[in-house]
Every structure is written in C-alpha cells, then in structure tokens.
Design a protein around this ligand. Structure first.
Ligand SMILES: [Zn+2]
Length: 223
C-alpha cells in the first residue's frame, strides 16, 4: 500500500482541521518512516525478490520493530502522546494515533502473510504467525481499492479546505498527480537489487512528499 496511506492522511484533515497535512501524512506513513532506519541499522531485513507478488517485488523477511501490530499500537500511542503533550489537544492526538495504527491494517490487505502481531519472533510453540491477505497478487482489486481510497481521501480533503494563497488549488492538484504518477511508475519500474539504496531513495521521496504536504496545506485553509 502506498497512496492508500496518504489517502487516510488527506481524509483526516476534516476531523483535524488545525493540523498540517504533513503531520497527518507523517502519522499515516510512520511505520514506513521508521522502517528504512531499522533496515539501515541492520535491525530489519528485506530482499528484492522479483515475482514474489505480482505487484510488489519485496520480500519482507523480518520487520518486527516497524511492522508488528503490537509495535504499530506502541508507535501510535507514542505519536499521539507527543502531540498531546505539545499541543494539548486530545481529539487530534487520538486521530494521529489512529492514523499510525491504520497503516498496519492497510498493509494487511495487500501484503503476503509477512506481518507479525508481536515484535518478538519467539513464542511458546516456536511457530511464528504472520498475516497478510495478499492483494498484491490481484492487481485489479488492489488498484481498485487503493485508487478508491486515494480518490475518497483527496475528495474529503478538497471539500474540507479551500485555497487561501495563490498556489492552494494548483499545488494540491500537483501533489495528487505526483503521488499517483509515482505509484503507477513504481509498478512499472525494474527495482534494483540494492536494499540500502532503495530505503535511502524511499526515505528521500518521503521527505519530499511530507514537504509538499506541508506546502500545499499552508496554501489552503479549513472551511
Ligand atoms: Zn508499511
């Protein structure tokens, strides 16, 4: 899931009107922000394995700290608490925490069964249970759901905000186009077999999207 995460960030603006789109995006993709860091530190592992699913060539061997359900909830509580302590706004803190956790459930729809519940692989029976409905193997359904989510999220954002500076509308259109175009391009791309390079490039792109989210939102105001 890629633009589906941005979709829930867009949509959340309606219920968190004072919060920048960059912060809403940041919460929705938080697990994918910490994941490259853990990969680079050697704490989490993935491989490029073309054909492992029809849409995504990544074999997420081990990512318990960023992508286990228990850790997703922990990150969500942490994210919400920091917001609560700095902004003293319980409702928005809950929304942000919910956005962080939503990531796991959106990933659950598309990933192979590679998402763990617990951050530790150890359990009593020695069997590790991992989950994922594998919609990346059903591109038609995947694209329908992901673009459906994206369209709904953007629509809610566009309805709950309006242009307040000259670039408000064009900037939003550009951001939407850039996200959708990158998503489509990523499906066609031959992915190089360089995991550190990939996470570095991914993180750079995330920073650009967050900055664009900040900038677009700064050119619009809630209605
Ligand atoms: Zn993810």
């Amino acid at each position: 899931m890629f633009i589906g995460h941005y979709a829930v960030g867009f949509a959340a603006k309606k219920w968190a009107p004072k919060t920048s789109l960059a912060v809403l995006f940041g919460a929705a993709i938080w697990l994918d922000i910490v994941w490259p860091i853990f990969v680079m530190l050697g704490l989490e592992r993935f491989l490029v394995a073309p054909g492992i699913t029809r849409m995504s060539p990544f074999d997420f061997i081990d990512y318990p700290l960023s992508h286990s359900l228990v850790m997703a909830v922990a990150w969500g509580i942490g994210f919400g608490l920091i917001y609560l302590l700095t902004e003293n706004d319980t409702k928005t803190a809950l929304i942000l925490g919910g956005l962080v956790v939503s990531h796991w459930f959106l990933d659950l729809i598309v990933h192979r069964p590679d998402l763990p519940i617990f951050p530790s692989e150890m359990n009593v029976t020695g069997v590790v249970h991992k989950y994922g409905f594998g919609l990346w193997n059903f591109p038609g359904w995947e694209l329908l759901i992901e673009f459906g989510l994206f369209a709904a999220g953007v629509w809610i954002y566009a309805k709950s905000t309006k242009e307040s500076k000259p670039w408000g509308n064009l900037g939003l259109a550009g951001l939407v186009f850039f996200l959708a175009a990158f998503f489509i391009a990523s499906l066609k791309m031959t992915v190089p077999n360089n995991t550190n390079g990939l996470v570095f490039f991914g993180q750079l792109l995330t920073i650009i999207f967050l900055f664009l989210g900040y900038w677009v939102d700064d050119n619009r105001k809630s209605v």
